[in-house]
Design a protein around this ligand. Structure first.
Ligand SMILES: *Cc1c(COP(=O)(O)O)cnc(C)c1O
Length: 444
């Protein structure tokens, strides 16, 4: 049995979750305890000095949270994971473990809004500089790397444009420079893509989204492949003695587990954005049905994207599974099951316009009317719920921008982002159809 390799669906249900030894509980129990009893004084001393592995205090580790960490690490094919209170917390502890004042990060410019402000404002204020690369060409990332660069960062599939990252190209660029490739794989989930198989070293998720899957609970996770050489000279904080742990060295003492141990024993200890056991339990329920839900999300996304693409009222659809998407070929390679269920589309404003300005104003109004007319899809700022979600950036997240600025930001005034849910696809289409009719005055 130990030789047998369990499949993805089996691991989604079982990894990290052995029945409770004392009670026989089959589901992972919620260990609602801040702290854990020491055997004796020596045991306590060993745990604190990291001479022994075990539970101390739930800011650093908790058995329910550990089950979630082990399960996601198993699904990603990593050696371990550290869970956090949110996806942003997972990003923050990763950047703060990798880089300090005077250091530099190379990142794609196509990132989640919160990630852009974390890198561009908060980390910059702390002395960590980021170069945002606008092209998806790995050579442009190579040119941006400096002596003090500590990571190459990208999302595996961008939102809302559906751009698929060239992971193998970026991995080669990062590894030639001696830095890890760090990816945000939130929209992919390990069911659709395992970035470690394509050269990523660190994989981050907002577990809040498809992994949790029901729009109820925030959480994040950092998974490590365990193959990066932290002793290459670029990462002194990994190889120099750690004062607060009696001079141990993360890389020398913990080897391939060094970075994850640093995340847990230093970042969670000192900063404290830990996942709580109730949240870990709720998120575990979602992970158990991840494969079945993602199959259904993808099937619905395909039906909705194809329906939209064939509608004369629609000007564009950004789902990379459509053969006219610029990243269709790359999506076939990295996402053989399909490139997720979050994408965007635009509705053509009806009528004739005597200027671009007039057309842009009309496009914004059409997007606004469309979103207001939807009856089933929920208008909110989230993705990866079981329900269909929509957002019109021009009147919400990007409302302060002029139509021209919106175009420059790659967010056309008419752009509607959709996260296709698990409803009957005929109902999602019925809803889009009636809202398009209300917004454009035209029927299909
Ligand atoms: C939502 C999201 C995040 C942030 O995650 P939270 O759990 O909301 O903190 C990061 N990256 C991507 C791609 C996301 O969709």
């Amino acid at each position: 049995m130990s030789e047998h390799k369990f499949g993805f669906r089996t691991r989604a249900l079982h990894a990290g979750g052995t029945p409770d030894a004392t009670t026989g509980a089959r589901a992972v129990p919620i260990y609602q305890s801040t702290s854990f009893i020491f055997d004796d004084a020596k045991d306590a001393a060993n745990l604190f000095a990291l001479q022994k592995y075990g539970n101390i205090y739930s800011r650093i580790g908790n058995p329910t949270v550990a089950a979630l960490e082990e399960r996601i690490a198993s699904l990603e094919g990593g050696i371990g994971a550290v869970a956090t209170a949110s996806g942003m917390a997972a990003e923050y502890i990763t950047f703060s473990a990798l880089a300090g004042s005077g250091d530099h990060i190379v990142a794609s410019s196509q990132l989640y809004g919160g990630t852009v402000t974390l890198l561009d404002v908060t980390l910059r204020r702390m002395g960590i500089e980021t170069t945002f690369v606008e092209s998806d060409d790995p050579e442009e990332f190579r040119k941006a790397i400096r002596e003090n660069t500590k990571a190459v960062y990208t999302e595996v599939i961008s939102n809302p444009g559906g751009e698929v990252a060239d992971l193998e190209g970026l991995s080669e660029v990062a590894h030639t420079a001696g830095v890890p490739l760090v990816v945000d794989a939130t929209l992919a989930t390990p069911y659709l893509l395992r970035p470690i198989e394509h050269g990523a070293d660190i994989v981050i998720h907002s577990v809040t989204k498809f992994l949790g899957g029901h729009g109820t609970t925030l959480g994040g996770v950092v998974v490590e492949a365990g193959t990066f050489d932290w002793g290459n000279g670029r990462f002194p904080t990994m190889t120099e003695p750690v004062k607060s742990y009696g001079g141990i060295r993360w890389w020398d003492n913990f080897g391939e587990y060094g970075f994850l141990t640093k995340l847990r024993s230093e970042q969670l200890r000192d900063i404290g954005p830990s996942l709580n056991p109730q949240a870990a339990f709720t998120l575990l329920q979602g992970v158990e049905t991840l494969p079945q839900r993602m199959d259904a999300h993808i099937a619905n996304a395909r039906i909705v994207a194809e329906w939209l693409a064939s509608d004369p009222r629609i000007s564009y659809v950004t789902w990379a599974g459509l053969d006219d998407h610029p990243h269709f070929e790359r999506a076939q390679k990295y996402f053989p099951l399909g490139p997720g269920s979050v994408f965007a589309f635009g509705a053509r404003p009806s009528g004739a316009f005597d200027s671009d300005e007039a057309r842009l104003v009309a496009a914004r109004a059409t997007g606004e009317k469309l979103i207001e007319s939807l009856q089933l899809a929920s208008h909110l700022a989230n993705v990866g719920d079981a329900r269909t979600l929509v957002l019109h950036p021009a009147t919400t997240t990007h409302q302060q921008l002029s139509p021209e600025q919106l175009d420059a930001a790659g967010v056309p005034a008419d752009l509607i982002r959709i996260s296709v849910g698990l409803e009957d696809p005929e109902d999602i289409i019925w809803d889009l159809d009636q809202a398009l009719e209300a917004a454009t005055g035209e029927s299909r």
